[in-house]
Design a protein around this ligand. Structure first.
Ligand SMILES: [Zn+2]
Length: 191
C-alpha cells in the first residue's frame, strides 16, 4: 500500500474507533462545509463499496462528513460495470485512490444466497449469482461474507490492473467487514 493510502487508512481506522468505542459521530456536515464543497467541488479521499443495508452507513462508521467518501452502495456490495464505472470515475477524475470493499455481518443478501432463497426473483437473482460465485458452497454466514468481500477486492484489482489513466501502485484496494452489533470494522487484507 502506498504511503498516502496508508495515512488515509489510518484516518478511517481512527474514525471507526471513535464511532464504535466512544459512541460518537462528529463528521462535519455543517452548512459551511456544504457550501464550500458546492462551490469548490468534491475531493473525496477514499472510495467505499458498501451494502445498501440500512444498518451500514459508511460516513457514520468512519466518523466523516460531507465530501470525504465516495460511496457506492448496492445490495451485497457486489460489483458490475456500473459500480466499476463509478470507481473509475472517482479514481481517475477525483483522485480518490484508496478503495474499501465493506461487507457487513448478518447481510441478508449473503444469507439468502446461502439458503438459496429468492433466486428466482426477476432482478435479485443477478445479485445472488454474483454472491454465489464468490462464496461457492460456503454455508457459514461470516465466512461467506469474508469470501464475498475478498471476491470484490480481486475483481477491482483485476479491472484496474492495466488502466490507462491510473498509474500502477496508485490504487489500493482493501476488504473489510462491518459488525452491525459492535460498530467495529475488521480489516481483512492489509499488506
Ligand atoms: Zn447486506
Amino acid at each position: 500500500m502506498n504511503a498516502e493510502n496508508i495515512k488515509i487508512l489510518e484516518k478511517l481506522k481512527a474514525g471507526n474507533i471513535e464511532y464504535a468505542e466512544k459512541g460518537m459521530y462528529t463528521g462535519n456536515v455543517c452548512s459551511a462545509v456544504r457550501l464550500k464543497t458546492a462551490k469548490e467541488g468534491q475531493h473525496p479521499y477514499a472510495i467505499v463499496i458498501a451494502c445498501s443495508d440500512s444498518r451500514e452507513i459508511p460516513e457514520t462508521i468512519f466518523n466523516v462528513g460531507i465530501g470525504e467518501l465516495f460511496v457506492i452502495r448496492v445490495v451485497g456490495n457486489v460489483l458490475d460495470n456500473h459500480q466499476l464505472g463509478s470507481i473509475e470515475y472517482a479514481a481517475s477524475h477525483l483522485d480518490a485512490n484508496l478503495i474499501v470493499v465493506l461487507g457487513h455481518t448478518k447481510c441478508g443478501a449473503v444469507g439468502a444466497t446461502i439458503a438459496a432463497h429468492g433466486g428466482t426473483d426477476k432482478y435479485i437473482k443477478y445479485i445472488m449469482e454474483d454472491i454465489r460465485e464468490a462464496i461457492g458452497e460456503e454455508t457459514d454466514d461470516y465466512k461467506a461474507t469474508v469470501l464475498n468481500v475478498k471476491h470484490g477486492v480481486k475483481e477491482i484489482e483485476q479491472a484496474f490492473a492495466d488502466h490507462p489513466e491510473i498509474e500502477s501502485g496508485e490504487l489500493d484496494v482493501i476488504g473489510a467487514v462491518y459488525d452491525i452489533e459492535t460498530g467495529r470494522v475488521e480489516w481483512l487484507n492489509e499488506r
